[in-house]
Design a protein around this ligand. Structure first.
Ligand code: HEM
Length: 284
């Protein structure tokens, strides 16, 4: 009699395991996943554990990621159901930040939707609260991505929002790829900028009303540690209307190749590391 009871328990567990394997959880069980006290969700957790002990059976880990529709996401906007938001199609539970996202919170507008654009623009109007970020530059996309990383680190990841960035199978869309491309572009721009800053480090600048502006170079000026000091020069960069003061190593290859964009400060000796510019002249 006692052994019959075990047979029933094993049969029940097996049935649940089979249902889970056929993605039953995606359609029905997901609703239960969030009711921690529900016995079925415990069974699902158990089947997940069984599955993970046979790693070969999980070919695609993504399978376990929940896919939410916009309507489903919109439901998570109360303290009872939980507070969710999406950023670039990734959904996070931000309930623990209820002082920001709960009723009356300053960032309540982000809840129950993907309002990626507003993370960069700060525009919380109806038009501003959109997931369309095609108007953003690579560096703005980078700031948005940083917000995404903030949520990934500080809050609970819940899955993907079906729509602009993920299709109904959870696969990335064309718009998702475009965002990734801009992100890669931002990284390239940044490393270009860093390289340029290493080649042409900024000068130290000091302004005194009675004397004017003093520009000078040291082995650390502009926060760039190096084994040469350099001399102050005006550097005219593409896309910038003003010049900036840079320290130039007169014996470098870079100096030779960029001579055309560099100017000496008037009244300053060619090899001087320190120049004083009277108030009448402008310093970048
Ligand atoms: C583009 C504009 C802005 C966006 C998208 C934005 C977004 C956010 C978000 C989402 C949070 C909550 C972070 C969390 O979950 O812990 C936050 C927190 C905060 N924001 Fe903003 N913010 C913006 C501008 C500003 C400005 C202009 C100020 C100040 C004048 C400001 C001050 C704060 C402060 C003080 C907190 C922390 C509050 C606390 O921990 O109690 N924010 N911001």
């Amino acid at each position: 009699m006692k052994s019959m009871r075990y047979v029933w328990i094993i049969l029940l567990l097996l049935t649940l395991y089979v249902l889970y394997s056929y993605n039953y959880q995606k359609t029905v069980g997901m609703r239960l996943h969030f009711l921690h006290d529900n016995i079925l969700s415990t069974f699902f957790a158990l089947t997940r554990t069984i599955q993970s002990s046979f790693p070969g059976q999980i070919k695609d880990k993504e399978k376990l990621v929940r896919l939410l529709t916009a309507d489903e996401l919109a439901q998570y906007s109360t303290l009872e159901d939980g507070l969710y938001l999406a950023i670039l199609g990734q959904v996070y539970d931000v309930t623990k930040g209820k002082k920001h996202y709960g009723p009356g919170g300053a960032y309540r507008a982000f809840v129950g939707r993907d309002a990626s654009l507003a993370f960069v623009t700060g525009d919380f109007t109806d038009e501003g609260l959109t997931d369309d970020v095609s108007s953003l530059t690579p560096s703005q996309i980078k700031s948005l991505h940083d917000w995404g990383q903030f949520y990934a680190k500080d809050y609970v990841y819940k899955g993907k929002l079906v729509g602009r960035y993920f299709d109904s199978n959870g696969n990335p869309t064309k718009q998702y790829q475009m965002v990734q491309e801009k992100l890669a572009l931002a990284d390239m721009e940044k490393s270009d900028e860093e390289q340029k800053k290493r080649m042409f480090p900024p000068c130290n600048i000091e302004w005194k009303p009675e004397v004017g502006t003093r520009v000078w170079c040291t082995k650390r000026s502009g926060g760039i540690e190096r084994n040469w000091i350099g001399v102050p020069r005006m550097l005219y960069e593409a896309g910038s209307e003003q010049y900036r003061c840079t320290c130039v190593n007169l014996r470098s290859k870079e100096y030779e190749t960029h001579k055309g964009s560099l100017r000496e400060y008037e009244g300053c000796a060619e090899g001087a590391t320190n120049c004083l510019i009277p108030n009448s002249e402008q310093v970048g």
